[in-house]
Write a protein that binds this ligand. Sequence first.
Ligand code: ATP
Ligand code: MG
Length: 647
Amino acid sequence: MGDQQCQERSYLSLKIYPPHSFSQKALIDTQQKYKALYKESIDNPELFWGKVAQEIDWFKPWEKTSNGELIHPQWFCGGSLNVSYNCLDRHLKGNRKSKRALVWEGENGESLTYSYEELTKEVCITANVLKKHGVGKSDTVVIYMPLIPQAIITMLACARIGAIHNVVFAGFSSKSLLERILDSGARLIVTADGGFRRGKIIPLKTRVDEAASLSNQIKKVLVFKRTGSAVQMIEGRDYWMEKERAGVEEFCDPAVLDSEQPLFILYTSGTTGKPKGIVHSSGGYLVQTAFSTKMIFDLKEEDLYWCTADIGWITGHSYVVYGPLANGASIFIYEGAPDFPSFDRFWQLIEKYKITIFYTSPTAIRAFIKWGLQWIANHDLSSLRLLGSVGEPINPEVWMWFYRHVGKEKCPIVDTWWQTETGSILISPLPGATPMKPGSATFPFFGISPEVVDEQGNPLPPGRNGFLVIKGPWPSMFRGIYKDENNYKKIYFSRIPGVYFTGDGAYKDEEGYFWITGRIDDVINVSGHRIGSAEVENALVSHPAVAEAAVVGIPDPYKGEALIAFITLKEGYLASTELVQVLKDHVVKEIGSLARPQEIRFLDTLPKTRSGKIVRRLLKEVSLQGRITGDTTTLEDSQFIDKIGKI
Ligand code: ATP
Ligand code: MG
């Protein structure tokens, strides 16, 4: 919040130090070391990133570290590499040949493990099948798959031959799929007959058929078998992968690709509007995702690392697939939902596989809290040594729950701030070094210079809410919005010239910690004070009755804007006028009378994107005009619109 009031809130002064036992073995074990290396990285970024890039195998070394540009940046200019080679082959030379690369469990309890050697072979075979079907360098391939090993294998197979993948989350409808197919220009789709979700079969192939029937752009569909359900196969267009792989070579030469060769297109979550097709490079992207994974997750050879994101999101690209595999890590993936067949599914998996690093989202943690501690109590989670959060600001209360009940107060939490556009984490604690403050993403990663500024781009003093911008370029920065140069420049580089505009609001505290306060579109102006949605939501969520909260502002003749809060309740609490009063008083106590919600409305669920983010713009529309006209294609629950019309 834009004044001193927020400083009075009790948890903002709380500082939690990394456990000594963790720091002792960490790559960066003190804040002094972080600060020294950070300074080095900012003073001479060329030298710094040049050194970091040597951790990647290059077929041809780069001539220039970067072109120095923020708009249309280029990194490791003139260098050539192959991303799949870096994630696979190079580990076979050392002692990782038989190391677990990928451990998978299906929703139905099936399990599979691939060593690095096995994964390499599978990727090569799939790459050769793609080639056989005419896919070549720079062709776009849409991947529409459940979270099964073949999805990751296909991503890596594209990378191997220089094709550009466009992963579309399997939960999307045929309409959303079609939009992404058309926008990205793909002519070939890789899919599965179906996927399992909460015991039901998601008819992926049928949805592909629907999408393909509406356009003649799709020429080929390659289908993996997952559920065994009956699907229609169109001769000359559709092919079973199992048949196609028979007879192809078991090795595929990794293509020698320019550092700037696009690796993938990925659509953003759509929290603030229509999703954007973000394009990422090969060299810069890999260098930074690999390096950030190693430092932020403090990877150790024996870790079994689980990032719960779907590969349909950027977190799934950078921190399920590319970052960890480039480091030769063992990754775990799970096909299904956290609440099926019971609410303790994730805890069972952590116990069974002895997961050591668990990286998830605030929305998942809020669901765990809502379901209750009884689901976690009987599971042995002692294998865990590090926790992570991504996707939204994590409410301090939710952070504390995660820290106490999942991490048992012995695991640091890395609250990682970043975006599809940034390619990798830009603000986060280093788990062995950074004193944590629940709810703060803490400090910038190496080589990153964020700032909180006003409308004119002037840096703001501590405690003042403003726009979060990044001052200089970084290697994993996106290279554009696919075929949309105008919006690329307009959205990110024109509002405040000379910096990258994130679209998020934030403030820095006296100690330089960054606090993300929500989207700038969601900033609420009450009597001249700029209040971030996250700040009031944090206060609401700190009340024992509240599971989740979303706060929006509507015009008010006296105050400028008035606050409307939408909340869901925890099990065992009922909506009542008394509770409304209690919650309003609670917010006043936590933040001040300025933040008192004018109205509190109770919902069963909040509108969320498929990636689990609360979509406040729709709640605002409902509050203002009683109906929704904005983009709803990425909404998790399409019935939400009907339901909300009735409240
Ligand atoms: P769109 O750009 O289409 O509106 P989106 O911004 O939700 O969708 P993503 O790129 O998936 O798409 O999400 C990035 C955003 O998620 C950030 O801009 C930020 O608002 C939020 N976010 C991610 N991690 C954190 C975090 N640790 N703390 C606070 N906010 C976070
Ligand atoms: Mg965004």
